[in-house]
Design a protein around this ligand. Sequence first.
Ligand code: SF4
Ligand code: SF4
Length: 95
Amino acid sequence: MKGDAAVKPKGTVFVRTEVCKGCSYCIDFCPTHALEFSREFNPKGYHYPVLAKPEACTGCDLCGLYCPDFAIYGVRLKDLEALIEAKRAAQAAAE
Ligand code: SF4
Ligand code: SF4
């Protein structure tokens, strides 16, 4: 049996749902087809993207490059972890 749970995600996305205009560029241009439209509407009445296949996201940020409204960002998890670690270290040094 094939199980996606065994696949470790390499990236993730952050979506500013309130500014999304539902154009679908991010969904159409994602090379791994990781995004889908939400069932819910944002306050402007648009469906916004959700990470439907987290295991497929590489964090390449092509979705972010194509978004005309800066409403989505892709990040590599290793970069995100390094950033969190650097912030922790800076906080510890300031204490
Ligand atoms: S970061 Fe890349 S792989 Fe992940 S959803 Fe965006 S375009 Fe797709
Ligand atoms: S490209 Fe940007 S505005 Fe268009 S659906 Fe994706 S997040 Fe929304």
